[in-house]
Design a protein around this ligand. Sequence first.
Ligand code: NAD
Length: 297
Amino acid sequence: MPDKNEKIGFIGLGNMGNPMARHLSSAGYELMIFDISSELSSQVAKDIGSTAAKNLKEIGKFADIIVTCLPNGKIVQDVMAGTGKLANVMNDGSLLIDMSSSDPIETGQLGGSLRELGISMIDAPVSGGVKGAHAGTLTIIVGGDAQDVERANSLLNVLGGKVFHVGRLGCGQAMKALNNLCSATGLLIVAEALKAGETFGLNPEMMINVLNVSTGRNNSTENKVKQFILSGQYEKAGFAMDLMVKDISTAVSFAQELKVSMPLGSKAVDVWSNALASLGGKPDHTEIARWVSDGKS
Ligand code: NAD
């Protein structure tokens, strides 16, 4: 059973954070929530029977553990130490769990500066998408000191059954970025294969049926193409393309810092970045397939 003695502050109530906060509330945690959109905060608080903080100061004073599920690490940094100054009001001995997909190196730096204020930090980015967040079946990839991970363990188990402690602070983020590089490259090649196959005269549904029982199958053939792409329901996938581009750029740039060559990864980042720029607005990541199909790649 989760340790319910710790009060939880949850920040970032978007596609992922909303269902995750809901699970924590249902599991019996004393929860305060916050989003930069106060309308969203109030709505979610009403829906899940929790309290919406009026500002970061209020949530910082309330919580023993702060969970962030924000668009990127720069925003986490800004909330904690930049304009938000949340770290200045957090209680001594409190814990930050960053469940956003953030930069691994910047995560290590943020953890170092928080430690000086008596605040511990672990990174715990997730995989499994909106579907996994709703089902409480996320894969959670954790980096940090063992005692901090142990402290977070029961809470993380509420959100996902597969919790991996992969190393020191930042390792979760490194693993997550590499996962998304594999995922994005897999989706891109499937989109290109569908375009070539269709142009040759193959039926795309039939192609997916064949791929899914053959060696070319991947997460996109199994869980994305029919569901969101061939059905034209791109936005239902619930993962914005700019977030995917952020993650795969993170992976390739830290590989570059380590002097690891990633020719295919770098090419994938170029193609995804072109798609994002050319589509404009805030497309879902699955729209890469429409862009490829329209001959824009
Ligand atoms: P989202 O854009 O739907 O939600 C982000 C939320 O953060 C929004 O509600 C926004 O208002 C809020 N926010 C932004 N700036 C803020 C600030 N300064 N203070 C407080 N709130 C602020 O994004 P999402 O899809 O929920 O993703 C959240 C994180 O999880 C990202 O880092 C993403 O890469 C990662 N992730 C997403 C998915 C997915 O399928 N959507 C899967 C795995 C990981």
